[in-house]
Design a protein around this ligand. Sequence first.
Ligand code: FAD
Length: 465
Amino acid sequence: MYDVIIVGAGPTGIFCALELVKKSNLKVIVLERGSSIQKRFCPMREQGGECRRCHSCALISGWGGAGAFSDGKLTLSLDAGGRLTELLSPEVVRELLDYVEQIYLSFGNGGRLFDPSQDDIANFTLKAQRAGLKLVPMKIRHLGTENCYDILLEMENFLKNRVEIRPLSKVEEILVDNASGEVKGVKLASGEEILGRYVVVAPGRSGASWLEEQARRLGLSLERNPVDIGVRVELPAAVMEELTSVFYEAKLIYYSRSFDDRVRTFCMCPHGEVVVEWNEEEKVLSVNGHSYRSRETDKTNFAILVSTSFTEPFHEPNLYGSHVARLANMLSGAVIVQRLGDLINGRRSTYSRIIRGPIEPSLKEAVPGDLSFVLPFRYLQDIKEMLEALDKIAPGVYSPFTLLYGVEVKFYSSKLRLSPSLETEIRNLFAGGDGAGITRGLVQASISGIVIGREILKREGMQVS
Ligand SMILES: Cc1cc2nc3c(=O)[nH]c(=O)nc-3n(C[C@H](O)[C@H](O)[C@H](O)COP(=O)(O)OP(=O)(O)OC[C@H]3O[C@@H](n4cnc5c(N)ncnc54)[C@H](O)[C@@H]3O)c2cc1C
């Protein structure tokens, strides 16, 4: 019998465990369906070639969760990376932002802090407004993909003598005691039952469908989140340098003239690389990006995403997103790359056209093709308008040689009904992070783990701060 069972070893699960061991001797077990961090092995990444569509994708599953090979951008702002301020007061979240940053720093190299000055913010805000864009300035700490990995490894080393960590242990069912209505443990895919007084579910985006299925089975209330669909843009790093040298990630929002859709830049990776991501739940390949601090390229990539909230009678935003991604997978075997000029001129890109241009795709597996066979007109129009607006503050964005990779889809989990201490409607069953639909980034996911850890400590009569 355990005191606390944590499902998922992403930032949410890890920070919950860190908070618990720091202030108590509770008996904690962390169950993770992927491998320990040193055994996380992606054949495509290590050996090249196509994505092997592994049963459990090592890029997003295992110790560290989706964050392990991420760009390691710590977004130190209330305005991005999640919706925790809908549940907690801004003061509490702000205090926890600092707390979480200090924990990351205490486990390794803190990379570089981008903290724009008031003059820079005023200057770029004006430029953005003139282009019809809204700039969301924020403080960002860029750890870099390799530092992020080292920090997570140190956290695993620190925790492994203090809590039980069980990799390759997929949780299949959340168990509830019918008599008391309280959570009582979990059942693994192997059939083994593990009992505990508190259960913390933190399965990330890759486990979101599983959590949704469990929520339905247990009668928990769910609310739909939108789906974000778009492309990853790749261009010479010099084009974005004025912005990225100040902000690292320039978060810009645009409302399209044609459809009044919300379009935004996301996950900017200066001097980075474009990568493929296998979503095992949705069974689709999509694009993403990251940057190594020690292996800079001469290119910058970022996503342009259009948010869509479907209305009655359609309730399956993720299904829609995976359908669009599947079209790109069907036509290219994986991911399509197209020059902006070819898209505008209504023709597919070819290898020979792409190599004539000044930008060599960083994602070698991407197949030149035509995104207009994949993305509905509405999305293409929104993306083109956003690129035109961006060109006004970063001349060169709307170049015919700019590369567009498709598609990038952000599948957001349905939002579980949670209390301010992130407890579900079942007593002692907590949920946090991306899988619970309340966060979308490393920092807020980590904060959600701390909030849960502190609530458990409080219920056990222990000091929390
Ligand atoms: C390529 C990439 C780059 C990114 N870059 C950034 C960035 O620079 N900055 C940023 O803030 N965010 C970034 N993100 C997002 C960030 O990684 C996530 O927001 C964060 O990891 C979410 O944390 P989490 O703990 O909620 O979930 P996750 O990190 O997804 O962890 C959940 C864990 O639970 C496990 N799991 C799932 N289901 C089960 C089950 N049934 N049983 C047992 N275990 C299970 C999974 O295997 C996984 O390891 C990036 C994501 C990706 C994919």
